[in-house]
Design a protein around this ligand. Structure first.
Ligand code: SF4
Length: 297
C-alpha cells in the first residue's frame, strides 16, 4: 500500500445542484445526505471541495476527465499526502462543507477515504461531510484495508459513497466503459458487499446504449437486479443524463451520438419502473431517509 497517493490537486470547488433536464429525475447527491449528516436544512445544492486521483481503470467515452489525467501521468499530476490535502482544504477561504474524493476511480487507492476521515478527526474537524465516488470495479476495500479502517469508513456518520452503474445491462456497460461485459454483474456483487458493511451508499446509473431495442424489458430487469440487493435501492439510484462537452466531444462516434438520443427513451422506461414499483410517498421521500436495510434508519 503506498504511503501517499498520486492525486491531481486542482483546487476545484464544485457546486452540486439537484436541478436536471426535463424528463430526468432530480439529482439530490450529495446535497441531501450532506445536509442530513451535518444537521443542516434540506438543500437543493451544496458546495464541495473536489480532489481527484489521477487514475482510472476504465475509459468511459463520456467521461468529463481528459484520458491523459486518468493514467497516473507524472506530467499531469503530483503526489500529495492525505494530511497535506486536508490542510490545504481547511486553509482555504470559507472551506465548503463537503469534501469530495473523486477521480478517476478513488478506490484504486482505498486508503484515501479512511486516512481523510482520520486526518479530519486528528485536526478536531467535525463539521465536514466526506463524499466519494466508486465505479464498482475492484475489491481493494477488502483486500488492502485493515478491519479497523473498513469499520471507520462503514460507520462514519459524516461519510457517504456513490457507486456508479455504468449502464443497465452487460451490453450498455461494455459500450460505455470498453471493459469486459461480464464485469457488469460484478458491479452488483460489489455493491451488495459494500452495503453489507453498513456503509451509507447511493448509486448513479448511466443509460447510454446505441439501440432502444426492448428497452422497457431491459430496464425492468435492471430494476429487478437492484431490488434483489435491497428492496429500496432504486430509490437511492439517480440516473445521470450524459451530455457532451469538453474532453468528451472528440470521442463522439455515430453510435455514441445515437446513444445520447436513446438515453431519453431509457430514462422514460426507468421512470415508469419507479412509478410502478413505489408509492408516491416513497418516491418523494428524501433520498437520505430511504432505508436500504431493515432497521438501518
Ligand atoms: S469510471 Fe468514472 S472516472 Fe473512470 S473513465 Fe468512467 S466516468 Fe471516467
Amino acid at each position: 500500500m503506498p504511503s501517499a497517493a498520486r492525486r491531481q490537486y486542482d483546487g476545484n470547488i464544485r457546486h452540486f445542484t439537484a436541478a436536471t433536464s426535463r424528463g430526468w429525475p432530480p439529482n439530490p447527491l450529495p446535497a441531501a445526505p450532506a445536509a442530513a449528516a451535518l444537521g443542516l436544512p434540506p438543500a437543493g445544492q451544496v458546495r464541495a471541495q473536489v480532489f481527484q486521483n489521477a487514475i482510472c481503470n476504465w475509459r468511459c467515452w463520456y467521461c468529463f476527465v481528459p484520458f491523459a489525467l486518468l493514467s497516473g501521468n507524472p506530467q499531469r499530476s503530483a503526489w500529495f499526502t492525505v494530511g497535506g490535502l486536508v490542510d490545504a482544504y481547511l486553509a482555504g477561504q470559507d472551506p465548503p462543507p463537503v469534501l469530495d474524493l473523486s477521480g478517476g476511480q478513488p478506490d484504486l487507492v482505498p486508503e484515501w477515504v479512511p486516512w481523510t476521515l482520520r486526518a479530519l478527526a486528528d485536526r478536531g474537524v467535525g463539521h465536514v461531510y466526506v463524499w466519494s465516488d466508486d465505479n464498482l470495479s475492484n475489491d481493494y476495500f477488502w483486500r488492502h484495508l485493515t478491519g479497523a479502517q473498513r469499520e471507520l469508513v462503514a460507520t462514519h456518520p459524516r461519510y457517504g459513497r456513490v457507486c456508479c452503474f455504468k449502464g443497465f445491462d452487460a451490453e450498455s456497460f461494455a459500450f460505455n466503459t470498453r471493459a469486459a461485459p461480464e464485469l457488469f454483474d460484478r458491479q452488483f456483487e460489489l455493491f451488495a458487499r459494500l452495503l453489507a458493511t453498513g456503509m451509507d451508499l447511493y448509486a448513479y446509473a448511466t443509460f447510454t446504449v446505441p439501440s432502444a431495442d426492448r428497452i422497457g424489458a431491459k430496464m425492468a430487469r435492471f430494476a429487478d437486479r437492484l431490488q434483489q440487493i435491497t428492496e429500496n435501492l432504486p430509490l437511492r439510484t439517480v440516473p445521470l443524463k450524459i451530455e457532451v462537452w469538453g474532453p468528451a466531444a472528440p470521442r463522439i462516434s455515430p453510435a455514441r451520438q445515437q446513444a445520447l438520443t436513446v438515453q431519453a427513451e431509457a430514462v422514460a422506461a426507468w421512470n415508469a419502473e419507479i412509478e410502478t414499483r413505489f408509492t408516491e410517498a416513497d418516491r418523494h421521500r428524501p433520498v437520505s431517509e430511504i432505508t436500504l436495510r431493515p432497521g438501518r434508519q
